[in-house]
Design a protein around this ligand. Structure first.
Ligand code: ADP
Ligand code: MG
Length: 291
């Protein structure tokens, strides 16, 4: 599929669904940073994300792929409410994001676990802030640790866990307060290839089990195609939506015992994303749906 064809089909996908508001909506989001000057340079403005519009439906797993420095983490911080757009807005279920909230759970690339707390107590963290009584906290934390495949590891401390296990704890913690949206910023990037593939399958299982809306950021083309129902390809900085690619691949039981990554359809999607990422600057860019 050519880039133009992909962009054309993306338009249909992004057309706002009559009556069904997007779970997550980006409306012409722009984020600027002021870069401090020094003796030689005056202060300047860096545009990290520009005119980015996108709709994500409830229960969708969308991957966002783009070159390093194109504004992916900036975008995630904006959805998380850790920073605010310079212009444009982000809506969750029609409500504008103005700060962090329990409707959004975040998993960062670095495990961000508290080293002095056990796996169980790390997962309980968000629940404490919410004022849940101790027995209820313990029950929820155990349930989420079981969901991510860590039953039996509740009392381990982060230094006693492998990288993959730490990231499972981080996912359990993000799911603990049952957020509508799960935001993931290159969560598997620091893991070895085999562990990464294992966690990708775990994430797909968790997604199917929970029905969460997931926005998964990555710089890996294969990872984007493997996980995403749609792959949003960002341009180089400032990050804009260059194209959105629909991924239709066998999933779940259909897949049993096969290596999806060698399936000709997988290979074709990977190539489409590669082409979109490598399209020369100046290729007409498009912005998605929420006009
Ligand atoms: N707080 C900040 N102040 C100034 N520049 C920033 C800040 N945060 C990010 N940037 C810049 O914005 C651009 C996008 O960064 P980032 O979102 O981290 O990219 P990515 O996650 O895609 O690698 C980079 O050029 C980065 O240096
Ligand atoms: Mg980043």
């Amino acid at each position: 599929m050519t880039l133009t064809a992909a962009a054309a089909s993306a338009t249909d996908v992004l057309a706002p669904d009559a009556g069904a508001p997007a779970r997550l909506r980006f409306e012409h989001v722009r984020k600027e940073f002021t870069v401090r000057g020094d003796r030689r340079r005056a202060p300047s403005t860096l545009v990290a994300v520009d005119d980015l519009s996108l709709d994500v439906a409830a229960g969708e797993l969308v991957t966002v792929v783009g070159p390093s420095g194109c504004g992916k983490s900036t975008l995630l911080d904006l959805v998380a409410g850790l920073s605010t757009p310079t212009s444009g807005r982000i809506l969750v279920d029609g409500r504008e994001v103005t700060g962090p909230g329990l409707d959004r759970g975040i998993v960062f690339q670095q495990y961000a676990l508290l080293p002095w707390r056990s796996a169980q107590r790390n997962v309980e963290l968000g629940l404490e802030a919410r004022g849940l009584p101790a027995p209820e906290r313990r029950r929820v934390a155990r349930e989420k640790l079981e969901l991510v495949g860590l039953a039996g590891f509740e009392d381990r401390y982060p230094h006693e866990l492998s990288g993959g296990m730490k990231q499972r704890v981080a996912i359990a913690r993000a799911l603990a307060f049952d957020p509508e949206v799960l935001l993931m910023d290159e969560p598997f990037a620091a893991l070895d290839a085999q562990t990464r593939e294992q966690l990708q399958d775990e994430l797909l299982r968790i997604w199917r089990a929970t029905g969460k809306t997931i926005v998964f950021i990555t710089h890996g083309i294969e990872e984007a195609v493997y996980l995403g129902q749609r792959v949003v390809v960002l341009s180089g900085r400032p990050g804009r939506v260059r194209t959105v690619i629909d991924v239709d691949l066998p999933r779940g039981d259909e897949l049993a015992g096969t290596d999806l990554r060698t399936d000709p359809r997988f290979v074709a999607h990977r190539h489409t994303v590669w082409e979109a990422l490598h399209a020369p600057a100046g290729t007409p860019e498009r912005t998605g749906g929420a006009a």
